[in-house]
Every structure is written in structure tokens, then in C-alpha cells.
Design a binder for this molecule. Structure first.
Ligand SMILES: *Cc1c(COP(=O)(O)O)cnc(C)c1O
Length: 404
């Protein structure tokens, strides 16, 4: 088992007080906290090797470029991509998805179909809607059941030779449900559709293997996996990245520019216009190392224990309902108490130092499905403890008494 107290000491914010109480941070689904090694690596970059990359012959520029490219290779190995040029640095999941939808604008035709799921985050709905509006393609939605699971028979029935893209999240941010993406990818490929997986909620909990999954694109953010904000990765299969047009034009992404014609740089630079978040990209590699040193098996063991305890303890509260009761779940509990607005509970327990998310979690269609305004979402990380869950449960009980 992990020495949780030792791990907690790596995260300076976890010993802060909020509203006079020890912080209980259960909003990991929105963003994770950062270990000291990540915080330090940002300062070290600026103190020791700050320079622009891929441009200078001078030593610092070489050092910065090497560090950036070493981080790319590190992430390539982490997700088991075949080539490092299939790993694009982005500013986050949203950027990665928009890069892909922008590319498909020149591929889709009226009558083509794009399949999304009813469990998606707004950032994996809206860009596809915009794409459909632009191209005349039609958006189809995989429905879900009362447990928050996608209905695979209905998905099978949606697929046809008209299906050009299928996109689904690996793990739902609002409910924590782990989707059967291997099945979805296989079925989508059987009708010739490309598949994008939104891995934003998966990468803090597991190590995706993009070759084993055989997905065409896999997008995620750095800030939910102990890395800095404004960082992310889009993995794309080489053949797809070669097929898609560039997203942004600018410096760094060209081979040759004349006013008659510009030729684009090779991968990955074709998709990395302008000066990127150099420090962020390098330090994302530090975060990946940190997580691998802890070990994803250990992370999962701790998070499973947290999920089990939280589910059991919360269900002791009368009138409390958990949304997302499917079997395959990450360490997220989304719940409501009969007759009480989630916001009211969130505000009261915040006064007690507990950070949870309340609202629709950027997934309004899920809330519409359950006919609720939102939920209280407690999302756990490996650095959370059983004792913290007990503190939250007592706080929720107290809030319930005050509000009913
Ligand atoms: C957080 C999240 C996103 C958006 O990530 P950004 O870092 O805000 O770009 C997309 N999808 C899911 C499932 C998420 O949890």
C-alpha cells in the first residue's frame, strides 16, 4: 500500500487551511493539485534554460529544445504511441478536440454522420456541433441508461457507412463511468469511421495504451494529472495527422513560405504553430514521471478504496441518491439529497474547508436526462484519505440538517 501521508507531503497545498479548516480537496475532476517537484520544475526552467525552441543555434535554445522533445518522447512512451511525432503538444483537451474537428471540416460532406455520446463534456459536444453546422453532417447521440452507462445495442444501431467519426470520453467527468471504448473503437472501425477518445478524466487514473486501443485520436489535459494548466496532448495516428490540414497558421509550422505558396512542416510541427507553452510542456513530462513513480496500480488501489468507502458512507444518509451507479467506475461520486439544491450543500461544506464541485459539470445533457439542475460531485485522487471522506460525510449530514 501507498504511504499516503508521505505522498501528501509532496503537495504543499494539502496542508493549507481554507475558511479556517484543514483543506479537504475533492475537486480533482476539475483540476488536480501539483506536487512540489512539478512546482519546482517550472521555476528551474525559467531560472536555468529559458529560451525559444527549434530556432536558435545558441546553447540555451538547444537545451530548451532538447528538454521539450525529451518530454514529448516521455509522453509517447507513457501512452505507447508508435512515433513521437504522433504526440502533439496542445493547451489542453479542448484545444486537441478543436484541432481535430477543424481538420474534419475539409473531409465531411452533407449526409455524413458524427456519433457522440450522451455522457460527453461540453468540450466534446460543441466543437462537433459546430463542425456539423459547417459541413451539413448530422450529429447522432449514443443514449444512456439509468445507471449512467452507454447503451451499446443502441450504439450498434447508429452505425452505418454514413458514420465518419465516433467520439466518446474514456471516463465521464460528471458520473465517473468508465466507457467500453475498446468495443466502441472496434465497431466504429468496422464501418470505416475514425474515433476520437476524450481521455481528460482517464489519464489521472490510468495509463492509456493508444496502440492497444487502436484509437485514431486521444486527447487529454495536463492539469488534471498533476501537471501545469495550459498543457495537454493530442495523440493522432500518423496517417490521420498527415491527412488533416493544419489548425493554425504561423511560425514554426512551415517548411517554406512565399506569397504564392506555403508548404507545411512535417509532423508534429505542422500542428504546433507559434511559440508553445515551453515550460508547461517540459513540466508535463515531470508530472508523468511523478505519477509513474507512484505507479498506476497503486493509484488505482487507493482510489478504489476511496470510492468504495465514500459510496458506502454517503448511502447511509437518508434521501441521498448517487448518479452513475454502473459497475465500471473511477473514483467519482456524483450525488444529490432529496429536496435540497446541490449548490446549497456545496456552499455549506465549503465553509467547513471541503472543496467539491456543484452544478452541471459541463455536461448539461446528463443533468437533463436525470431531470436535475446538477449534482454534488466529489472526485478523489490517490492523495486523498479515508478520514477526509468521513469529514465530508459528517459535513454533508450537518448541511442536510441545516437545510431541511
Ligand atoms: C476537463 C474535461 C475536458 C476539458 O478539458 P480542458 O482542460 O478544460 O480543455 C474535456 N473532457 C472531459 C471529460 C473533461 O473532464
Amino acid at each position: 500500500m501507498l504511504d499516503i501521508q508521505k505522498i501528501r507531503a509532496d503537495f504543499p497545498i494539502l496542508s493549507e487551511k481554507v475558511n479556517g479548516k484543514p483543506l479537504v480537496y475533492f475537486d480533482n475532476g476539475a483540476t488536480s493539485q501539483k506536487p512540489q517537484i512539478v512546482i519546482d520544475a517550472i521555476a528551474t526552467y525559467y531560472q536555468e534554460i529559458n529560451a525559444n525552441i527549434h530556432r536558435g543555434v545558441h546553447t540555451l535554445s538547444q537545451l530548451a529544445t532538447d528538454a521539450y522533445e525529451i518530454s514529448r518522447v516521455k509522453i509517447q512512451h507513457h501512452i505507447n504511441a508508435k512515433f513521437s511525432h504522433e504526440v502533439l503538444f496542445t493547451s489542453g483537451t479542448t484545444h486537441g478536440i478543436n484541432l481535430v474537428t477543424n481538420g474534419f471540416a475539409s473531409i465531411l460532406k452533407p449526409g455524413d454522420e458524427v456519433v457522440v455520446s450522451s455522457l460527453e463534456h461540453h468540450s466534446n459536444i460543441v466543437p462537433w456541433q459546430m463542425l456539423c453546422e459547417k459541413t451539413g453532417a448530422t450529429l447522432k447521440v449514443i443514449p444512456m441508461n439509468e445507471n449512467g452507462e452507454l447503451i451499446m445495442e443502441a450504439f450498434d444501431a447508429l452505425l452505418s457507412e454514413k458514420t465518419k467519426v465516433v467520439t466518446v470520453n474514456h471516463i465521464s467527468n460528471a458520473l465517473g463511468i468508465i466507457n467500453p471504448i475498446k468495443y466502441i473503437i472496434e465497431k466504429a472501425h468496422a464501418v470505416g469511421a475514425a474515433v476520437l477518445i476524450d481521455g481528460a478524466q482517464a489519464v489521472p487514473h490510468l495509463k492509456p495504451d493508444v496502440q492497444d486501443l487502436d484509437c485514431d485520436f486521444y486527447a487529454f489535459s495536463g492539469h488534471k494529472m498533476c501537471g501545469p494548466t495550459g498543457t495537454g496532448i493530442l495523440y493522432g495516428k500518423e496517417e490521420w495527422l498527415n491527412k488533416l490540414p493544419p489548425y493554425q497558421g504561423g511560425g514554426e509550422m512551415i517548411k517554406e513560405v512565399t506569397f504564392e505558396k506555403t508548404t507545411y512542416a512535417d509532423l508534429p510541427h505542422k500542428f504546433e504553430a507559434g511559440t508553445p507553452n515551453i515550460a508547461g510542456g517540459i513540466v508535463l513530462g515531470t508530472a508523468v514521471d511523478y505519477l509513474n513513480n507512484i505507479g498506476f496500480e497503486n493509484i488505482q488501489k487507493q482510489e478504489e478504496a476511496l470510492l468504495e468507502h465514500a459510496t458506502k458512507r454517503l448511502l447511509e444518509i437518508e434521501g441521498l441518491k448517487i448518479y452513475g451507479t454502473g459497475k465500471n467506475k473511477a473514483s467519482v461520486v456524483s450525488f444529490n439529497i432529496d429536496g435540497i439544491h446541490p449548490y446549497d450543500i456545496g456552499s455549506i461544506i465549503d465553509k467547513l474547508g471541503i472543496a467539491v464541485r456543484t452544478g452541471h459539470h459541463c455536461a448539461q445533457p446528463i443533468m437533463n436526462f436525470f431531470c436535475i439542475p446538477g449534482t454534488i460531485r466529489a472526485s478523489f485522487s490517490f492523495y486523498n484519505t479515508i478520514e477526509e471522506i468521513d469529514v465530508m460525510v459528517e459535513a454533508v449530514k450537518k448541511a442536510k440538517t441545516m437545510l431541511s
